[in-house]
Design a protein around this ligand. Structure first.
Ligand code: C2E
Ligand code: CA
Ligand code: CA
Ligand code: CA
Length: 279
């Protein structure tokens, strides 16, 4: 699976010079993208570590351009953040992802949850809890099925404000996951101060965890810590069977990665779920 190269989108480098002009060009293109429905979500399954059955889908954004094909979020999320367009894009992502998840539920698919990545600007700038409450009401998705993926660095930026936002989100019934866990340098003490549900171990620890002793020690420590704090653990970036076996031996709750599935466009994601619905 590692070898079929492409990342789900055409390998394409948006030559992004740091000049204001380029940035403005990109900003205008992005605004048009939102307006012209050029943004799409792909969905990557998360599966139970012991069952192999889907428990969730992570929504991952792509920019679909007639001329250039699919553009990776790595190429445009940063500009979207710097220009503030991410607030609008992020709201679209939340609405689209919740709509799709509700649709799958209504079609009788397994009752999976939907995970949505939230950027720092989006987390702090708008009244995120209000927007989410509205979107849940609009789409009819039960709050317990929406999970927000936030990085540690987002929460540590303004811990007081973050804690309040998280409390409000928890009051709605939404789940909170710490993305890319272990990648930054922040302390562990925040884990007990923030009302979170899940820790997602960064894929840099996972990719060779069947052989790398240091990564094994880190993964073991994180899973032990998480379980002692009664948090769920997700391992992302699982590409090969030996990694999965190692994670299973440590009772990792949820696994995700190319080994199970690449991110899929929504029709394919529905077909993926349907396999389990028919079983
Ligand atoms: P992330 O949230 O850490 O997402 C995981 C990334 O790893 C995704 O890249 C996914 O396609 C990729 N991945 C999944 N399984 C494997 C695997 O087994 N091996 C390897 N090597 N990679 C794997 P993607 O889709 O290009 O997204 C990159 C980043 O862009 C995401 O990292 C996230 O930070 C950001 N992003 C994506 N969608 C959104 C969005 O809607 N809003 C915001 N704010 N950020 C987003
Ligand atoms: Ca994520
Ligand atoms: Ca991640
Ligand atoms: Ca990331």
């Amino acid at each position: 699976s590692k070898d079929d190269g492409r990342n789900g989108y055409e390998i394409f480098k948006f030559e992004m010079k740091k000049s204001a002009e380029k940035r403005l060009g990109m900003e205008l293109l992005l605004r048009k993208a939102v307006f012209n429905d050029e943004l799409v979500l792909h969905y990557q399954p998360k599966v139970g570590g012991d069952t192999g059955r889907p428990v969730g889908m992570e929504a991952l954004i792509r920019w679909k351009r007639k001329d250039l094909g699919l553009i990776s979020p790595a190429e445009f999320i940063q500009v979207a953040e710097e220009t503030g367009i991410i607030v609008e894009i992020g709201e679209w992502v939340l609405r689209e992802a919740c709509t799709q998840c509700k649709k799958w539920h209504d079609e009788g698919m397994p009752l999976i949850s939907i995970s949505v990545n939230i950027s720092a600007v989006q987390f702090y700038k708008q009244k995120l809890e209000k927007t989410i409450e509205e979107i849940l009401r609009e789409t009819g998705l039960e709050a317990q099925f929406l999970e927000l993926e936030l990085t540690e660095s987002i929460l540590m930026k303004q811990p007081e404000e973050a804690a309040e936002t998280l409390r409000n989100l928890k009051a709605l019934g939404v789940k909170i996951s710490i993305d890319d866990f272990g990648k930054g340098f922040s302390s562990l003490s925040y884990l007990k101060h923030f009302p979170i549900d899940t820790i997602k171990i960064d894929k840099s620890f996972i990719f060779d965890c069947d052989i790398d002793k240091a990564n094994q020690a880190i993964i073991l420590a994180v899973i032990t810590l998480a379980h002692n704090l009664e948090l769920n653990v997700v391992a992302e970036g699982v590409e090969e069977a030996p990694q999965l076996m190692y994670l299973q031996s440590l009772q990792c709750d949820i696994v995700q990665g190319y080994y199970f599935s690449r991110p899929l466009e929504k029709k394919k994601a529905g077909e993926y779920l349907q396999q389990y619905f028919l079983q």
